[in-house]
Design a protein around this ligand. Structure first.
Ligand code: HEM
Length: 144
């Protein structure tokens, strides 16, 4: 499965009142950047994220920039991630890190807090969290 194809919104979205793609609904690249900043700040400070924080290098700036590009593309915005890094192959790119239910849940807790902190619309937040759950759960690779 290509995670970029995980539907962020259901099919009714296009014909319902929210006609814009999620990238625009969320507030474009500026909003995605704020969310990613908040996400890694959460990861840096939450006790339940200590394990996944330790999987990252000391400087989060490079991975922040990559995640911004990935999420912009995933939300229907500019395709800079693919242009620069090719097919996401996220499961393969995460294979070096032991990811189980605890790591998945810690990642999701950071993202949920980041979406709340940045004031993301609650309905959109819930759709995104469902889609993030599917990707994060599919990333599990150590049997728990
Ligand atoms: C399930 C728990 C997860 C853990 C523990 C985890 C951990 C990591 C780590 C350690 C890296 C490498 C950082 C570095 O290069 O220093 C990384 C990269 C990345 N992660 Fe995750 N991640 C998780 C879930 C996710 C999810 C759900 C997404 C997408 C929605 C995601 C998107 C990315 C992207 C786009 C990169 C950069 C890939 C690249 O190099 O092109 N991750 N992640």
């Amino acid at each position: 499965m290509n995670p970029l194809t995980v539907p962020v919104v259901d099919a009714s979205h296009a014909s319902a009142s929210h006609a814009s793609p999620p990238f625009e609904a969320i507030g474009g690249e500026a909003a995605v950047t704020r969310i990613v900043d908040a996400f890694y700040r959460q990861m840096d400070t939450r006790p339940d994220a200590r394990g996944i924080r330790a999987m990252h290098g000391p400087d989060l700036a490079p991975v922040k920039a990559v995640l911004v590009r990935y999420l912009c593309e995933w939300l229907g915005g500019p395709k800079r991630y693919s242009e620069e890094r090719g097919h996401p192959r996220l499961r393969m790119r995460h294979a070096a890190f032991p990811i189980g239910a605890a790591e998945r849940d810690a990642w999701l807790a950071c993202m949920r807090a980041a979406l709340d902190e940045t004031g993301t619309d609650a309905a959109l937040r819930d759709k995104l969290m469902l889609a993030f759950f599917k990707i994060a759960d599919w990333m599990r690779n150590n049997g728990n």
